[in-house]
Design a protein around this ligand. Structure first.
Ligand code: FAE
Length: 526
């Protein structure tokens, strides 16, 4: 028997016994006309967002061979352009027949494995990125380092000094964080919404800050001068950017691929994980086409497994595998989940007599209002763009608050889906802060609470930053190894306990750098 056949037989021999009853067994029997493949690899990473990309690069640099499984599409390889906000197309939604932006979903779609997905729960909707690059494909690129005092409060056991002197500067460099030129901001008609937003905030007595971004602002200046194709100035962002944005496929993942040690398999959806007797893992994986139809069932075994499927993806895999095949999960898995205090709101009738917030808007936010140190109403808010192709005299804000009451995630076996224990009681203080903010802004500047965008002016159910559920040091050890496991590591947003006070990807990346560096040092992947 050659090695491949031996592995294949062993996989079946070890696992058959675990999951005679499982989906995998039935799928293998059922799908005679589909290809079936068996692979044995040393290290698998699930998910190509921030945590997955950092892990891939550092392991590959250390000479390790890594296979990365990503359920979304490799857009660069596919050569399909991203769509913009005004003309949603293939990239605009994950297998939906209607667009799924936070508002104005009037566009019909043919289901396609697009970049943006929305997970709907009873009291909250969570948007996530899909594709090689994960959330970096769809996000606004705001690269914000958390306040040191809050970082210390959230992670009392981490050495903050080491993070602020080493890990945060490191990820800012790797992610190519830069800042808009003040003169360009002052002159560019596409940033009227920011100038108006900052002006109004000052009149209302708030402090504003400049927000760094991974979008290349030198590129944007060229866009404005019509020297290069437009992207941020052509309403591209949450369905992907064709130019300008330094998403992970251009940074960490590109470097990792250049080592020759990384293989990325896109459109590979991990369905279930099993723990084998020898403490290795067996993954049931479905390869799909771009319509979401399964084209091959695959079984992967690996000695070392890194889960970087994003907060909701990682929780789904762990809790589902636990429910379906008794996969061991520690009691802290699912606990300490939060929406990072996300609370959307807006104002209508903003400067209606002087061109409002501008008909032309860049999609890349560069301004923020920092009210974090106010003991009664601590919040940070992004002055967000609303590029609708015409002036709607509307200001949009994504508030980030503390999360006083955390939620919990579990798995509902009957409906075979995640259950999120989160309702209006979790967002009471966030709503109070939003009300205070809008009232103060309107009093100083005029305008009304935005009934045009949200029910009653408040979008309490909009979440871009799900965090927690596999919290560092609670569900995992100090470097992300899942408790009760010897070869499974969690490296993504689920390590952060529900809140970080600012947009989270800089922190997710820095924590991943910290964990993987120490895991490699400890010879975990030897
Ligand atoms: P993430 O980037 O979500 O990557 C997880 C990957 O795993 C995805 O590619 C999934 O397709 C893949 N995956 C999941 N399940 C499976 C499975 N079963 N099999 C195979 N693959 C799987 O994880 N944050 C900021 O800091 N600044 C911003 O300006 C900002 N704007 C945002 C705007 C939008 C519209 C959205 C949705 C998010 C925004 N975020 C922003 C949040 C940020 O993108 C998010 O926190 C990170 O992407 C999370 O990183 P992770 O590594 O946890």
């Amino acid at each position: 028997m050659d090695r491949k056949n031996f592995i294949k037989t062993s996989v079946l021999a070890i696992s058959g016994f675990y999951f005679l009853q499982s989906e995998l067994f039935h799928a293998a029997e059922r799908t005679d006309n589909q290809r079936k493949e068996y692979h044995d690899v040393p290290i698998i990473i699930i998910g190509s967002g921030y945590g997955g990309a950092v892990s891939a690069l550092r392991l590959c640099e250390a000479g390790k061979k890594v296979v990365l499984l990503e359920m979304g599409l490799n857009w660069e390889k596919a050569g399909i352009p991203f769509s913009n906000l005004l003309k949603p197309g293939k990239s605009s939604a994950w297998l939906k027949n209607k667009s799924i932006a936070p508002f104005m979903n009037i566009f019909s779609l043919t289901p396609f494995t697009g970049t943006l997905d929305r997970l709907d729960f009873d009291h909250i909707k969570i948007w996530v990125g899909r594709g090689v690059g994960g959330g970096s494909l769809v996000n606004g690129g705001m690269a914000v380092t958390p306040k040191e005092s809050y970082f210390k409060e959230v992670f009392p056991n981490l050495d903050a000094e080491q993070f602020y002197s080493h890990y945060f500067p490191l990820v800012q460099e790797e992610l190519r964080v830069n800042v808009i030129d003040e003169q360009f901001l002052k002159d560019c008609p596409y940033y009227k919404f920011t100038r108006v937003g900052e002006d109004e905030a000052h009149k209302a007595g708030f402090k504003t800050i400049r927000v760094p971004n991974v979008y290349d602002f030198k590129y944007m200046e060229k866009e404005f001068r019509n020297e290069v194709p437009r992207s941020a100035l052509n309403t591209e962002v949450i369905y992907g950017n064709n130019h300008g944005k330094n998403s992970l496929d251009k940074t960490y993942l590109k470097k990792a691929l250049e080592t020759g040690n990384l293989e990325i398999l896109d459109l590979h959806h991990v369905q279930n994980i099993n723990l084998n007797e020898d403490k290795s893992y067996t993954l049931k994986v479905q390869q799909t086409d771009t319509s979401g139809t399964g084209i091959a069932d695959k079984v992967f075994t690996c000695k070392k497994l890194i889960l970087s499927a994003g907060t909701m993806g990682t929780l789904q895999l762990l809790l589902k595998s636990n429910a379906l095949s008794n996969f061991p999960v520690h009691e802290n898995v699912g606990k300490n989940w939060g929406n990072n205090g996300n609370f959307m709101t807006g104002r209508n009738w903003v400067k209606p007599l002087s061109g409002g917030t501008g008909a032309k808007q860049s999609t890349i936010p560069v301004g923020g209002i920092d009210n974090w140190d106010d003991p009664e109403h601590p919040f940070f808010t992004e002055i967000a763009p609303l590029p609708m192709g015409m002036d709607v005299a509307t200001a949009l804000y994504l508030l980030i608050n503390r999360v006083d009451k955390k939620g919990e995630v579990s798995y509902h076996k009957a409906s075979q889906s995640l259950a999120l224990h989160w309702d209006e009681s979790n967002t009471v203080k966030m709503r109070e802060n939003a009300r205070y903010f809008i009232r103060k802004m309107n009093k100083a500047n005029g305008g009304t609470r935005s009934h045009f965008l949200f029910n009653n002016g408040f979008g309490a159910d909009i979440c871009y930053h799900p965090l927690g559920g596999c919290v560092l040091g609670e569900a995992t050890d100090e470097y992300g190894k899942l408790k009760d496991h010897e070869n499974l590591y969690i490296l993504d947003g689920s390590l952060i306990p529900g809140t970080i006070g600012v947009n989270p990807f800089v922190t997710i990346t820095a924590i991943a750098e910290y964990c993987i560096e120490n895991l490699i040092k400890k010879n975990e992947f030897a």
